[in-house]
Design a protein around this ligand. Sequence first.
Ligand code: ADP
Length: 310
Amino acid sequence: MIVTVTMNPSVDISYPVDILKIDDVNRVENVSKTAGGKGLNVSRVIKQMDGELIASGILGGSLGAYIIDQLNDENVPNRFLKIDKESRNCIAILHEGNQTEILESGPTLDGGEGDRYFKLFEKLIEEADVITISGSLPKGLSPNYYQRLLQKSHGKDVKILVDTSGEALKQTLLGDKKPFLIKPNTDELNALLEQETTFDIKGLKEALSNSLFDGVEAIVVSMGADGAFAKIQDTFYKISIPEIKVVNPVGSGDATIAGLAMGIDQELSWEEVLKIAMTTGMLNTMEERTGRINKANFKEYFNQVKVEKI
Ligand code: ADP
């Protein structure tokens, strides 16, 4: 069973307008409001792939209730810590082929709320085989909060996948307890290593051999249309994908995490795990809505992914 963690979920609002008029009134007709946050995208893709999961994290207020309602409507089992503070809205204005985003930072948590989530997390660890932790941390929690979550799994038979960036990722890697897998994209890898990696085989091999990754079982660098490159223990893999028609690439990294978690949960070979992950990533880019895939196309694209040891 897979547990997904989303510490700062949101209600994602999309406002399509022909032209965005600044310092003027913009009226919107086709508003869409969906439960958002990277971990919720992961959850949706697992659900659509018929995986067994529990979505978890912290939320609150009327927006928190809206998020739970949506997950229930989509039959995504969930167990969130509910707090007295209001969850956030994230607004995307779609105009003239552009996407202008207004992202609320969300509630500022205190140590007590962080500690209460530790307790819930400890219970979930007992039920989970695989846990995915996605996205940024809410304000108020220390950047090593994910590392502290990892430490709760000490001695337990659970594999934890962490997909975050910036200081939260650095602190995750610097701590004693290493994640089982991380999935930086190319920008996140560069920011983490504070360098401009050359994304050829030599540059990638060098980057993934950085001592910062010591003890991490699997590092999967997702590279958009260029597929991915991975280091699993001491073996490097180049993963190539076919050219596809992209409709909306937002959330494809989350769909990739969903595929990784499912393959790992099913104890498949790394070649298969990586192929599943690329396929769920690609299928997400082919849909309008974030975190959606058309499972009927799975086999066709899965068969076109190539994984080679390099
Ligand atoms: P993130 O969303 O984290 O930045 P990526 O953009 O690297 O992640 O995308 C994750 C995966 O989704 C890729 O490895 C690939 O399988 C698929 N994908 C993303 N963008 C494209 C694209 N333009 N064409 C084909 N596949 C894509």
